[in-house]
Design a protein around this ligand. Structure first.
Ligand code: ASP
Ligand code: MG
Length: 424
């Protein structure tokens, strides 16, 4: 049994959906759980729908109509026969969205977000599942919310592993008795009151890992538009190369520090059960891609770079010039936690504490204000945080030549440096 994940780019239009069917052709002998994300940029489009709804913007109907037409066009291009049920399925999704919008339940932004944005995955799986059936890939469509249970932290649902594992093991084997493929949604789950939750942006990788873990999959494959995992984002680094294999530990560290190729929560469940994961290209499905597994070392063992742009670096000192010690630190951390600002890097000295974070306008304003009430706060903006795993001193030298380093931290395997964006 294998778990496949197809992200938005792999189902962005009719040709891509056909390509998915083509890929599955090579796995006729396997039982497959196929986890699918929203098509193309649908999640972003539905986010705009939520924004428009909550700000009473008149563009709401046309934004919604665009999402509808996008999916209808794909259905037409896939040549579903007249009267095929998929058209009703899609229309029903939009009726459901209308219900949520009419309800005005007063449950707040995050609740509304999850009910609406989560529909992107329902739409995508309806179309993919129907198309696979049409092209002789018999499959069952599963509403993942019947099995993937979360708490009610909307927009960042925490998985209830006990219930989820039980439900998956109750339901999936029964579906496999009927068909060799189960098509289901990434990214979404359900509360005990049957409301939709989402697991955080790009959360479909995590969904695939949850299924892999619960079902003891033989392998999990993430199909992407890149040949595998690269040693750096080519946008920021010219000499990026493809990694053949990555150890679980390196994969966890790289995603934790912000490598966006895989969702950070994905690797740990796989590692716990020693399930290998492959990142493969849906454009060249016969190529091996990158294997993540129980390797002693990553190969080739080259420095791996993670670039985080738009960083802010705070320097926080006590107003009375006392040392920054435990009590001050615990106050500082609680203020960061209150504003949900994730710390990317921190460093302590006797009288000041430095913290680097993503410069998210919505959060940082309130944070700075709260910190300023109790501490002396200075900050630098427009910074870039570079994390290098398996660094050599020469690599850092080369990377920072002629640039001012605002902060630097090294452990045995990982170096992190903060430089200014404009000179990067
Ligand atoms: N569709 C969701 C997103 O774009 C989840 C995912 O793609 O993994 O964030
Ligand atoms: Mg997506």
């Amino acid at each position: 049994m294998k778990v496949f994940k197809f992200g938005g780019a792999s189902v962005k239009d009719a040709a891509s959906v056909r390509n998915v069917a083509q890929i599955l052709e090579q796995y006729r002998k396997d039982q497959l759980v196929v986890v699918v994300s929203a098509m193309g940029k649908t999640t972003n489009a539905l986010e705009r729908v939520v924004q428009a709804f909550l700000s009473d913007d008149t563009s709401l109907p046309s934004l919604l109509e665009q999402v509808k037409e996008f999916h209808q066009r794909i259905i037409e291009e896939l040549n579903f026969p007249a009267g095929h049920a998929v058209r009703d399925d899609i229309n029903n999704c939009f009726v459901e969205i209308d219900w949520v919008l009419e309800e005005h339940s007063g449950k707040g932004y995050n609740w509304t977000y999850d009910q609406i944005v989560g529909m992107g995955e329902i739409l995508a799986t309806r179309i993919v599942s129907a198309y696979l059936t049409l092209t002789d890939h018999p499959n069952c469509w599963l509403d993942v919310r019947d099995v993937l249970q979360t708490d009610n932290t909307y927009r960042e649902g925490k998985v209830n592993w006990l219930d989820t594992e039980r439900l998956i093991n109750e339901q999936i084997p029964a579906l496999f008795k009927m068909q060799p493929i189960v098509v289901t949604q990434g990214f979404i789950g359900s509360t005990s009151e049957n409301f939709t939750t989402t697991l955080g942006r790009e959360g479909s990788d995590y969904t695939a890992a949850i299924f892999s873990y619960c079902l003891n999959a033989q392998e999990m494959v993430v199909w992407k538009d890149v040949p595998g995992v690269l040693s750096a984002d080519p946008k920021y680094y010219d000499d990026a190369i493809k990694l053949e294999q990555i150890s679980y530990l390196d994969a966890i560290e790289l995603t934790y520090y912000g490598a966006t190729v895989i969702h950070p929560k994905t690797i740990k469940p796989l590692e716990n059960k020693q399930i290998p994961m492959r990142v493969a290209s849906f454009l060249a499905p016969a190529d091996k891609g990158t294997l993540i597994g129980n390797f002693i070392t990553t190969r080739p063992l080259v420095p791996c770079f993670i670039f985080k742009t738009n960083q802010i670096l705070f320097s926080i000192a006590a107003k009375d010039f006392s040392f920054i010690a435990e009590e001050n630190l615990s106050r500082i951390f609680s203020i960061f936690a209150k504003h949900h600002v994730k710390i990317n890097l921190m460093q302590n000295s006797a009288i000041s504490f430095s913290v680097c974070a993503d410069n998210e306008i919505m959060k940082i304003g309130g944070l700075t204000e709260d910190l300023g009430r109790e501490f002396k706060v200075r900050y630098n903006e427009h910074l870039r945080l570079i994390t290098i795993r398996h660094y050599f001193p020469a690599t850092i030298k080369q990377l920072t030549k002629g640039k001012t380093i605002l902060l630097e931290q090294r452990s045995r395997q990982t170096a992190q440096i903060i430089i200014r964006e404009d000179v990067a």
